[in-house]
Design a protein around this ligand. Structure first.
Ligand code: SF4
Length: 369
């Protein structure tokens, strides 16, 4: 298999649109994140959304806990390029307000809004304005009666809670929604998503909630989301990290890249290094990863310390180096085309990768014409 192929067959689902981002029915899996600034601080929240846009986020969720936050949302929305989801708990009037201000999706659980007339007001508004809804159930906040019935947040308990909200939207004849059933325990979340995937046709938003810091959270998310994605389950995802939200986006894309589901930017292939390495592989990869963060064109770059695995990986990559004494073999599109001085490798590779990314970008643009 080349670096480009993914053997994954996606679960069939219906399609919704969050702004102009398609979700489900074979659309690229969207990477989401969430702001963690105070929403009433418009300047800081917009700055964070712009930082997320720079690392390629597809959709951003913003908490709207109060009417003041809803008023701030108006100005945040005006200054954002990516679609925004408003995260609302309980207060249906906030949902109506942000709908007026152009929100692209409402994260609100219909069962928590209150009486039928309030639910109808939100659903009618969503229908009128073509705004989808995300039902989001978390293992930590299940309804009291479900907690009592199951004793603990089992996958069945989480799915029962989600289906209550789904049934309400069904009753109101509203099918433009996606659902998440998050848990902080990987096995619980995976089982819940597997169960839910069999019960509804709508897209699923994946996440392991409260996953942890950058390292532990990335690993938990990669295992949990990886298991589901390899089974074809999942149409959007968020990697929840106790970290800067841009890290969530980078890890999200890394998970998709690792599974060959969606490529964005450079997929580095690097050896773990050993005493055979002919140049400092770790330093080279770390510096290039940072310097080339802005590249969004998908390409594989292999940085391998010696000729044991270097040529093999380079042949299957867009660009690659195989470590050699003072100079390393340089490969492009699977062909060895020369050698690079190990001393100036980082700068030379950066320049070559940037030039190649530009060529590939133009090629993709021409094909799409
Ligand atoms: Fe060591 Fe070479 Fe393998 Fe890298 S490719 S780990 S340098 S033997």
């Amino acid at each position: 298999m080349s670096h480009q192929d993914s053997p994954i067959i996606r679960r069939e689902s219906s399609r919704i649109y969050v702004g102009d981002v398609p979700i489900g029915d074979g659309a690229p899996i969207a990477v989401q994140s969430m702001t963690n600034t105070r929403t009433t601080d418009v300047e800081k929240t917009v700055a964070q959304i712009h930082a997320l846009e720079r690392v390629g986020v597809d959709i951003v969720r913003v908490s709207i806990p109060t009417m003041d936050a809803a008023e701030a949302f108006k100005f945040i929305k005006q200054q954002s390029k990516v679609p925004l989801i408003a995260d609302i708990h309980f207060d249906y009037r906030i949902a109506l307000k942000v709908a007026d201000y152009g929100v692209d999706c409402l994260r609100i659980n219909p069962g928590n809004i209150g009486n039928e007339s309030r639910i109808r007001a939100v659903v009618d508004c969503a229908k009128d304005k073509n705004i989808p809804i995300r039902i989001g159930v978390n293992s930590g906040s299940l309804e009291k009666d479900i907690q009592e019935k199951y004793g603990e947040p089992t996958p069945q308990a989480i799915v029962e809670s989600a289906m209550r909200h789904v049934d309400i939207l069904d009753r109101f004849n509203f099918d433009q929604f996606k659902v998440s059933v998050k848990a902080s325990d990987v096995f619980t979340a995976v089982k819940a998503y597997r169960l839910l995937a069999k019960q509804i046709k709508q897209p699923l938003h994946l996440g392991i909630t409260e996953a942890g810091g950058v390292r532990s959270g990335a690993i938990k998310s990669a295992i949990g989301l990886g298991l589901l994605l390899t089974e074809g389950i999942g149409d959007t995802l968020r990697v929840s990290l106790a970290a800067d939200p841009t890290e969530e986006v980078k890890v999200g894309f890394d998970i998709l890249k690792s599974l060959r589901i969606r490529s964005r930017g450079i997929n580095f292939i690097a050896c773990p290094t050993c005493s055979r390495q002919e140049f400092d592989v770790i330093n080279t990869v770390n510096i290039l990863e940072q310097r080339l963060e802005d590249i969004i064109t998908p390409m594989d770059v292999s940085i391998i310390g010696c000729v044991v695995n270097g040529p093999g990986e380079a042949l299957a990559s867009t660009m690659g180096v195989a470590g050699g004494h003072s100079k390393s073999g340089f490969y492009e599109d699977g062909v060895r085309i020369g050698r690079i001085d190990n001393e100036s490798m980082i700068d030379e590779l950066e320049a070559k990768i940037r030039a190649k990314a530009l060529i590939l970008k133009n090629r993709i643009a021409t094909t799409e014409l």
